[in-house]
Write a protein that binds this ligand. Structure first.
Ligand code: ASP
Length: 417
């Protein structure tokens, strides 16, 4: 079987959904399982609904706005009064009802019940549309297959149960299913973390021993520099799993880190290809050792925080100090992307997805002097050499203030304000 994954921007409007149909006709869709994200920026909008709910603000207007966007697409794609309207209305009414009746105040739980709906809506809409125009497919509720624990917002997959469920799928159909969501043992919706749909695709690939997985993207494949930041960029034709892992670790947004492990384990090739130009080859990630000359890769992570710890009594930083800091960092799921230590200080660049940094500071401020710098960029060059440093750095030169740098034989990183 083949696994395809389409992100939210590939299905952001009715024109794109029609394009998806044409793409499938062009590249083939037999024995294929398709994982689809929520339409456009629906996930962000649903997150706003949850935030409003916790601020005790009116959520109905926002929900109706999201519903309106989907109904407009339905209007463009289906005849008047098609049964899809009933299904979509049911989901939106379900969100409203849940928020009215729910008594449980845990943010992450509510987040998953509400935000996870985006994928259910998009996949139902697209599956119905493809069936309507003659591309017969089966819609799967992936909560029946992706089984997780109840770590809402970043659930862990129960591989044994998931594998058992997915293996029951017959292989000779075209399936459409959701990315990003699963279900816990009480059948409550869980989510796998933002941008988690690629990971979902890999889970299906792994359990079905897929012949390949393809992520269809707005860009032509994996580029050596993020086009949102750099004018100069080149397509990477092929990468090994480890190189791709390194890129994603440093923040290349085109691949989700967790995606690669299941594929690497079963040596399933991953193609990253252009949704707009499906005939182009794109990038192949496989076990193959990369024979190309290794290009420097330029990666930017935005919205990072630089936190520096200093000893209060001017004594030296010792191992136990580092241990204490990292125990709290790991407890509060704060992700670290760069560490620099000196005899009297420790600086770390972190991403605070779950807004726990204030808790960390409160817990440690009696032991250390702590300085926090918000909103910094982490700029990384993989396969760095002094000649390629300036190549793409010009972008930042105007507003750049280098706060910290770390350079080793192959990788260079800067924290920039
Ligand atoms: N819709 C989710 C998100 O925007 C999951 C995904 O697209 O991968 O993060």
């Amino acid at each position: 079987m083949k696994i395809y994954k389409f992100g939210g921007s590939s299905v952001k409007n009715s024109k794109r959904v029609k394009k998806l149909y044409n793409l499938l006709k062009e590249v083939g869709h037999k024995k294929t399982l398709i994982v689809i994200s929520a339409i456009g920026n629906t996930t962000n909008k649903l997150e706003k609904v949850v935030n409003k709910y916790f601020l005790k603000k009116n959520t109905e207007i926002k929900i109706s706005e999201i519903e309106g966007n989907h109904l407009k697409m339905i209007n463009d794609l289906f005849p008047y009064n098609h049964k899809i309207n009933i299904y979509i209305k049911k989901i939106f009414n379900g969100i409203k009802y849940f928020l009215k009746k729910n008594k449980y105040r845990k943010y992450n739980f509510i987040y998953d019940q509400v935000v996870g709906s985006g994928e259910l809506i998009s996949t139902k809409l697209i599956s119905e549309y493809l069936n309507f125009i003659g591309m017969k497919n089966i819609w799967l509720d992936c909560r029946n297959y992706i089984k997780t624990d109840n770590s809402y917002c970043e659930a862990h997959v129960n591989w044994t149960k998931t594998n058992k469920k997915i293996k029951q799928l017959k292989k000779n159909y075209l399936y459409i299913t959701q990315g990003f969501i699963g279900a816990d043992y009480n059948y409550f919706t869980t989510t796998l973390g933002r941008e988690g749909s690629d990971y979902t695709a890999s889970i299906f690939s792994y359990c079905l021993k897929a012949e390949s997985q393809t992520t269809w993207k707005d860009v032509s494949g994996i580029l050596n520099a993020d086009p949102r930041f750099f004018l100069k960029n080149n397509l990477l034709n092929s990468l090994s799993y480890d190189e791709a892992l390194e890129l994603s670790y440093y923040g290349a947004s085109v691949i989700h880190t967790k995606t690669l492990h299941p594929l690497k384990k079963k040596q399933i090739p991953l193609y990253v290809r252009s949704f707009i130009y499906p005939k182009k080859k794109g990038t192949l990630v496989s076990k193959k050792i990369n024979k190309e000359i290794i290009k420097p890769c330029f990666i930017v992570k935005t919205n990072q925080k630089l936190i520096s710890f200093y000893m209060k009594n001017f004594s030296f930083f010792i191992e136990t100090n580092i241990r204490d800091i990292f125990t709290i960092i790991s407890k509060y799921k704060i992700k670290v992307f760069l560490i620099q230590s000196s005899s009297i200080s420790l600086s770390i660049c972190v991403e605070d997805k779950f807004n726990n940094l204030n808790i960390l500071i409160n817990k440690l401020k009696s032991d250390f002097i702590i300085k926090l710098l918000n909103n910094v960029y982490l700029y990384t060059i993989l396969h760095y050499n002094v000649n390629n440093f300036h190549l793409n750095f010009n972008f930042f030169l105007k507003k750049i203030k280098i706060i910290l740098r770390q350079i080793n034989s192959d990788t260079a990183q800067w924290i920039i304000k």
